[in-house]
Design a protein around this ligand. Sequence first.
Ligand code: ARG
Length: 586
Amino acid sequence: MKTVLEMISEKVSEGFSRCGYEASYGKVGLSNRPDLCELQCNGAMAAAKAYHKAPIAIAQEIVKVLAGDEDFSEISAVPPGFINISLSSDFLAGYLGSMAGEDKFGLDTSSPKKIIVDYGGPNVAKPLHVGHLRAAIIGESVKRICRYMGNEVIGDVHLGDWGLQMGLIITELRERKGDLVYFDEDYTGEYPDEPPFTLTELEEIYPAASARSKTDEAYKEAALLATRQLQDGRRGYRAIWKHIMDVSIPDLKRNYDDLSVEFDWWKGESSVDALIPGMAEDMKKKGMAYESEGALVVDVAEESDTKEIPPCMILKSDGASLYTTTDLATILDRMNTFGPDRIIYVVDKRQDMHFVQVFRCARKCGIVNEDTGLDFLGFGTMNGKDGKPFKTREGGVMRLEMLINDIRAAMLKKITENHETDPEEAEETSRTVALAAIKYGDLSNQATKDYIFDVDKFTSFEGNTGPYILYTIVRIKSILARYTGSEGSIPLAIKKPETEQARALMLSLTKFAPTIAAAYEEIAPHRICAFVYDVCNDLNRFYHETRILAEEDREKKEGYIALIDLTKRILETCIDLLGFSAPERM
Ligand code: ARG
């Protein structure tokens, strides 16, 4: 279905043609002065130069041939040469009526692509902390938007499960329980099924090891050696690695589940280990990779670079793989198994350089096709109210679980203060609203920017917040429930707007498809938030100015109900794309 701007642009372009001008001058955009008109065309100004005429004269000619068109309630020429347009009530009602009946409200979802969204990136054996929150929230929304646009999309968690943290854990375990069979190199039997640690122990082992490695050189060396031996296939270490995975992954899944974040693939850095030797060989054969101080590297600098882009390291001098290596092998694996047209990475923007190197190297070495899109959506830092990276009250790294629990508790308090509710329902509702508070608080900011995680602001029922959005949806649900309770089914026919507020709401709703398309084009969920906020404000203004259920004119009342029902459906679709949902009551 065409967007309103496309339809009206066509009409105005035809007007330009009929008056003897190039049709392309008829492009129409949203008005810069919504107080004067809804849409505007600035083409007469550009045409004036080409045709050596006064812009206002051209605008007047166009207005003359288009005046009386039933799609416009008004079209006028305004000095110096603007064409101001407002839509007729019939047009709006007809357009929204079509939207209501179309799949995805008329959004054009042709030309599907295969897309992988790489987000999450948690490191096994380390608890999820707030740093992982943004990847999960933004990535999940990006994945859902890509999918809604009709693409075939895979979300991959891409676990950090092959690096130094594994060697650190093995080393620390050896210090503590050196007589475990895993450390006996002569052992050839089966290893136990039971892991030699619990999740709680594991979560204590890693930070202890990490801290010690920073001051104890020999210990760090041992951890590096253990990492390499693990990668080289030392049996006992692989067995420990498997235990670490078995203990960590269910916990990670539970955490992501709590956030309504769902991955299609649970692959990780380790999954592509077997591809590395062949990949490195191939890079050498192609003459791209060469040895430099014992390490294998690929030059990725380009002439136009304004800052230095160091060579991409493929193998360290001891043969160990690096973060770049596993990312490159992962691209190779993805191309082999799924053949994506595009891979989108949602990762902290401080990893910008890493991805510049990886992307360039992948292209240079022919790991991807020329037209395979590689996008890095680097997000900013989540800060506390003091403007510094979000910490616990004691100054430690905030665990994700704690943060979510804090918000839930704040929400539960508000909900139970508001009215009497069944404790179980209140608990459930507080979870739903807390998730909206956290996700909307994040997504309403442009992803690349840092933002301040402000619990009071995010949990407020007023302003540009998740709870305000949900509150608006719940308000509609309650009106609709009362309507169906007394009158039966929801009427479908959208009627002409009766009031200024109904008109504003309708006009906002027409922007659904262009908003989703722009959010996809720009990989920008915040576009959807801005749309949702506008619609909610319009809905609430309409609600305050209109007697909906008390309206006596049956026709009018049915029109109102159809309109708010469409509003609800659109809002629910949008919040689903943002990754949360609305409760029945609040
Ligand atoms: N595990 C990494 C980290 O915590 C993030 C992984 C991001 N994804 C990727 N394909 N490199 O920094």
